[in-house]
Design a protein around this ligand. Sequence first.
Ligand SMILES: C[S@@+](CC[C@H](N)C(=O)[O-])C[C@H]1O[C@@H](n2cnc3c(N)ncnc32)[C@H](O)[C@@H]1O
Length: 141
Amino acid sequence: MSYHEPVMLQECIEGLNIQPDGVYVDVTFGGGGHSKAILERLGKQGVLLAFDQDQDAGVNRINDSRFTLINDNFRNMFEQLQKRNNIPVNGILADLGVSSHQFNEAARGFSIRFEHELDMRMDNSSGITALEILNTYSEKN
Ligand SMILES: C[S@@+](CC[C@H](N)C(=O)[O-])C[C@H]1O[C@@H](n2cnc3c(N)ncnc32)[C@H](O)[C@@H]1O
């Protein structure tokens, strides 16, 4: 089963209007489909930085010297790019939402197709599960 099929690939790439020597950011790397298409259009000096807060996405890391995968929430994008001297950037792609992988893995606790405890954390290395929230939060909070 594929990790994730990129959606509206052509439209996203057209919208980015990629400059071959530009700096681009894919803030939702997932299966890397959009990132691969960006890299195909970048020249030797081009740079692509990608974010995913889910460690599982690391299996799709692209072996290319122009590419960096950052395992972090993209809310930290500014600090992450600043420390790598990658500001300003030419374009940012955000394919927001959940990956097929997250729905298809029972242990991630996203899907009602499987008998498994609710979890629903995109970054399951920290934080609390949906199960804990449902069982411990009061209606007011
Ligand atoms: C719809 S998928 C992206 C699929 C990707 N464009 C592709 O071609 O395979 C969304 C991905 O973004 C990640 N994600 C969602 N919100 C995020 C956030 N705030 N920071 C970092 N990653 C996030 C999820 O873990 C998931 O892997």
